[in-house]
Design a protein around this ligand. Structure first.
Ligand code: OXD
Ligand code: MN
Length: 585
């Protein structure tokens, strides 16, 4: 039971605002899960799937205007506009509370208000943070049950006077003109109104574990990052890597990678697939925890070929959102099997035929699955101290320019490379897909304060970490002139990780180029891989003119930060220009 007086008073206050018929504190028991599932099935909010083939699995369809994170409707509400910075949408907190408060007023009349205490991180760990989410949606309760450690375990963990994040959600009318995802970092508060889509409503995830946590990290000397965490085990020794890729660019696949048969000797273990909280340990190294308890993964493209561990994870106790319902009451999505089922019910609830030319599952359809069901889950998953990080990877989807992999010269240069990351947009957010946009550290939509201050925080952290991880950039998506991918990706990415961990140990051959250390052609193990010398050459090439053009793009991007841009980034641009000038390729 929650004893924290501030929490009890806040719940009373929100109940007075939303005026529910009933208030139910969520305790996290199995009895509760079953009861709420039965109600959701009865009301049609959830659909019970084939329990012989998919035990404990449910299907949910969101409104058609509500299928991805809505960045346009996501706001950082700091008292001063400059503290939100030029990238975030900003709203004055007074205006935000008043405007959206009107929407919340009476919004739960006739409904039950569920109160979910939850933990991001491991119970009892000094690194964990506690939140309380109020919601009127059973879908949210059941998802939060998978994605966080919640209920009594969180209520008991919350100290009597401890701070917690106040998260308020109501589905409202599901009208995009009355949809707001508001963050008040100075009040440790999140308000989400008018949506039922995961990233907008599972408030522990993007809203708390990234936007609010990044703000807390700035003030408490740690970092909240959009990064997977994996362990790479060889000869009994495990090296841990964090990797930041934008949404729907393969973090879940890399975190669960299975080594190709032709390149044995390694085992990959999964600590997290989306979010890392990074702190300096007493040994001067950077330690990472995954604050989440489940995976909220993109379904399309996930198959026994691309990610067998994910497929095995979602066989039971999983909530599927916006996928195709098959005739045998199971699920399917594009890319799951080579052959599509002939027909089914699509993500909009309509009859679907494989010849229709329409997608059966929405491109951003999802699975929510317990992390501990993953066959590759790390034995360190529940370790409150986390794992020590040897390498940080940045990467995006870039058809041209960025080589398969390169190592940056040092932390400052690596921070600059992360800050200049760019990627083609995906279906994970609303808006046009496939457009190249700058996405610093894959955090463009997730920094809860001024991005220029975030860059400085990275640089400052670097000065405090005695034993810094090395920083690399990877690009699995480089294409040839005809638009074919040059690198096979998926399990074969292990070959690149092999070079990376050898570099961390002072091994692995590389040539110094203006952008960093690029592997020599034979430094990446290629046994059993059908790839031409020419393709490898193209994958590892650095073209001076392309990079000079890129420098202009970087400058344009950085200009929006004005004098807030750390001087180190001006230096890095100058140094890169100088190195390119002296380069003869
Ligand atoms: C996610 C995202 O859901 O980045 O992880 O959109
Ligand atoms: Mn993500």
């Amino acid at each position: 039971m929650v004893r924290n007086k501030k929490a009890l008073a806040w719940v009373d206050e929100m109940a007075a605002l939303c005026q529910p018929d009933k208030i139910e504190w969520i305790n996290g028991t199995e009895e509760e899960r079953q009861r709420l599932t039965d109600i959701a099935i009865e009301t049609g909010e959830m659909h019970l799937l084939n329990q012989d083939k998919l035990p404990g699995c449910l299907l949910h369809r969101t409104a058609q205007n509500d299928v991805a994170r809505t960045e346009k409707l996501t706001f950082i509400c700091t008292r001063e506009e400059k503290d939100a910075g030029p990238i975030n949408n900003w709203m004055d907190p007074k205006e935000a509370y008043a405007k959206v408060g009107e929407m919340f007023k009476g919004s739960m009349k006739g409904k039950t208000m569920y109160v979910i205490p939850f933990i991001m991180g491991v119970p009892g760990s000094p690194f964990r943070k506690i939140g309380i989410e109020i919601t009127d949606s059973i879908y949210v309760v059941l998802n939060m049950r998978i994605m966080t450690r919640m209920g009594d375990i969180a209520a008991d963990d919350l100290g009597d006077d401890e701070e917690f994040t106040k998260c308020l959600h109501c589905r409202g009318e599901l009208d995009i003109n009355r949809r707001f995802i508001l963050h008040f970092p100075e009040d440790n508060t999140i308000w989400s109104y008018g949506s039922g889509y995961g990233g907008n409503v599972l408030l522990g995830k993007k809203c708390l574990a990234l936007r609010i946590a990044s703000y807390l990290g700035l003030h408490e000397d740690w970092m909240a990052e959009h990064m997977l965490i994996l362990g790479l085990e060889k000869d009994g020794e495990t090296t841990y890597i964090c990797a930041a890729f934008p949404s729907a660019c393969g973090k879940t696949n890399l975190a669960m990678l299975i080594p190709p048969d032709a390149f044995p000797g390694y085992k990959v273990t999964t600590v997290g697939d989306d979010i890392s909280w990074l702190r300096i340990g007493p040994d001067g190294r950077l330690w990472a925890i995954n604050p989440e308890y489940g995976f909220f993964g993109v379904a399309p493209g996930t198959s026994y070929k691309t990610n067998p561990n994910a497929m095995d994870t979602v066989k039971k106790n999983t909530i599927f959102t916006n996928v195709l319902l098959t005739n045998d009451n199971c699920v399917w999505w594009e890319g799951m099997t080579e052959e599509a089922p002939k027909e089914g019910i699509d993500w909009t609830g309509k009859h679907w035929h494989s010849d229709s030319g329409e997608k059966g599952a929405h491109p951003n359809s999802r699975f929510t699955a317990p992390a501990e069901q993953c066959p590759s889950i790390s034995p360190e998953f529940n370790n409150p101290k986390g794992v020590p990080i040897s390498a940080i990877l940045f990467g995006g989807r870039r058809a041209k320019l960025a080589p398969l992999v390169y190592e940056t010269f040092n932390w400052q240069h690596g921070t600059f490379v992360g800050a200049t990351m760019a990627s083609e947009t995906t279906a994970a957010a609303t808006g046009q897909v496939g457009v190249v946009r700058r996405d610093p550290m894959a955090m463009r939509p997730f920094v809860g304060y001024n991005m220029a201050t975030y860059f400085k925080h990275w640089l400052d952290m670097g000065k405090k970490i005695a034993h810094k991880p090395k920083i690399f950039h990877v690009n699995w998506f480089r294409q040839d002139a005809d638009g074919h991918f040059l690198w096979p990706g998926y399990g074969d990415n292990l070959r690149v990780l092999d070079w990376i961990i050898r570099r961390c140990k002072g091994e692995g051959d590389a040539v110094e180029t203006p952008i960093g250390y690029v592997p020599t052609k034979d430094a990446i193990p290629l046994q059993g891989l059908d790839i031409t010398d020419e393709a490898m050459g193209e994958l590892l090439s650095v073209h001076r003119d392309d990079w000079l053009e890129e420098l202009d793009g970087m400058k344009n991007y950085f200009d929006q930060f004005g004098n807030d841009l750390p001087y180190e980034f001006v230096e890095e641009q100058q140094e890169l220009r100088k190195r390119l000038g002296a380069w003869d390729k």
